[in-house]
Write a protein that binds this ligand. Structure first.
Ligand code: UDX
Length: 442
């Protein structure tokens, strides 16, 4: 059965969710305050790079199941379910999350609600936010309407957003257990196809649902920083982190996924989410429980510094006058996202130390230029590497992992390649007379 629903906020999360809910057969209205974004989406174009998303958008717009607006009045009149998908960035100068966009969705929507509707929060928020929003919604809804707030955290990865939304590992729903709730029934209708496929569905209270997301992201961040801490010891002792990760990864209790040592985590989620989690623990009087996350953050930031140091060391102690090619600026492959990108961060630091940096990324050029206009950007991998003294591989795009020494031998001034993602096989590079170094490899 199709449900009339809205998606409030059409960024990486919301645009994907809107398209995928229409793909499931629902009648979807996407809402954003940014008119340019809405115009693009209406034309069937995602305002960012996400594999497969444009096709799903176009197909569902053409089928009449998906449209977009900037009007909250229209959203309230349309939707029985409202998915809240706006950003919760880090507050300026603080670790805590900035909840102004989340608050403003409720403030914009609630006064127009005349039916009995449910907000499903998908944004990552500090535990306790949903309960607060619930009170805020009740206070603002006019007589005759009701607006319940439930929490339905989203776990999608950029680069796999469509498949993660249509075929998630699990669905989690938190509802206000102190009141009667329509949220579970409605969620079961909306996600019927996904649930019929046997996807685990965890129904719980609001606080637990909010925390599932922050706990999951904290665990993932910890796993990455664990392996990067091991990489530091490998560097000090001459051991090889890639072999070590494979060897411990065979233990099913540990698992090999998310154990790739290198430049560490970045992007719009993990870094700010662990910081916001620490800040929230402090507010709750439980800050000690999460002090380890500060160390997780430190290990992660040190990986960027180690990369810059390695680049300087290999240049004989100074980067002044060196020509450095940077391959990859996105925070990870299959994304054009450069928010807190370790790669762009390293490129910037290497430049600040006197090198002339030419960067190339298959998809993130426009966003990189906007965030870091002072780097030189090349139109291709080849152009970036021409005349380079050192090549830094900082994002493991397939285009870079497929590189062979012969592709670059004639182009470069110095045969030095530093692998920030441990994504190249050192053997052929060394055999071809290159200096190869990875983070945590001998
Ligand atoms: C993450 C979570 O995976 C997702 O569930 C959550 O909803 C949002 O945050 P995303 O930010 O898209 O998703 O990227 P992810 O694939 O998790 O990678 C995060 C970062 O960790 C990237 O910078 C990546 O390069 C890095 N990473 C990942 C490693 O350094 N090593 C690894 O082994 C895996």
């Amino acid at each position: 059965m199709s449900v009339r629903l809205t998606v409030l906020g059409t960024g990486y999360l919301g645009a994907t969710h809107a398209a995928c809910m229409a793909e499931l057969g629902h009648d979807v209205l996407g809402v954003d305050v940014d008119a340019d974004k809405i115009a693009k989406l209406t034309a069937g174009q995602a305002p960012f790079y996400e594999p497969g998303l444009d096709e799903v958008l176009a197909r569902n717009i053409a089928a009449g199941r998906l449209r977009f607006t900037t009007s909250y009045a229209e959203a309230a009149a349309w939707g029985e379910a409202h998915f809240l998908c706006v950003g919760t960035p880090q507050r300026r100068g603080e670790n805590a999350a900035d909840l102004r966009y989340v608050d403003s969705v409720i403030d914009n929507l609630a006064p127009h609600v005349a039916n009995s509707a449910v907000v499903f929060g998908k944004s990552t928020v500090p535990v306790g936010t949903a309960a607060t929003l619930s009170g805020r919604a009740r206070a603002a809804v006019p007589a005759g309407g009701t607006l319940e707030v439930a929490w339905n955290p989203e776990f999608l990865r950029e680069g796999y957003a469509v498949q993660d939304t249509l075929r998630p590992d699990r669905l989690v729903l938190g509802t206000d257990t102190s009141r009667s709730s329509r949220a579970e029934e409605l969620a079961r209708e909306i996600y019927a196809d996904i649930l019929d496929a046997g996807t685990p569905f965890i129904v719980t209270d609001l606080a637990t649902a909010e925390m599932v997301k922050t706990a999951a992201n904290s665990f993932l961040a910890t796993k990455i920083s664990f392996i990067n801490a091991m990489a530091e010891i490998c560097e000090a002792s001459g051991a090889d982190i890639t072999v070590l990760a494979d060897a411990i990864g065979y233990d099913e209790r540990i698992g090999r996924r998310f154990l790739n040592a290198g430049l560490g985590f970045g992007g719009g989620c993990l870094p700010k989410d662990i910081r916001a989690f620490m800040a929230r623990a402090g507010e709750l009087g439980a800050s000690q429980a999460l002090t380890f996350l500060r160390e997780v953050d430190n290990v992660n930031m040190r990986a960027r510094i180690r990369m810059v140091e390695m680049t300087r060391e290999i240049s004989g102690g100074s980067l002044i006058g060196k020509r450095v090619a940077v391959l990859g600026t996105a925070f990870k492959p299959n994304s054009d996202d450069v928010r807190d990108s370790p790669a762009l961060n390293v490129a910037g630091q290497v430049q600040l130390q006197g090198a002339s940096v030419t960067a190339y990324d298959p998809k993130a050029m426009e966003n990189s230029r906007a965030l870091f206009p002072t780097l030189d950007y090349a139109a291709s991998l080849i152009e970036a590497c021409e005349g380079a003294d050192i090549i830094l591989v900082l994002t493991e795009w397939p285009e870079f992992t497929a590189l062979r020494p012969a592709d670059l031998d004639e182009l470069v001034r110095g045969k030095v390649i530093l692998d920030g993602r441990n994504c190249l096989d050192p053997v052929p590079w060394r055999a071809a007379g290159w200096v190869y170094r990875g983070l945590g490899r001998p």
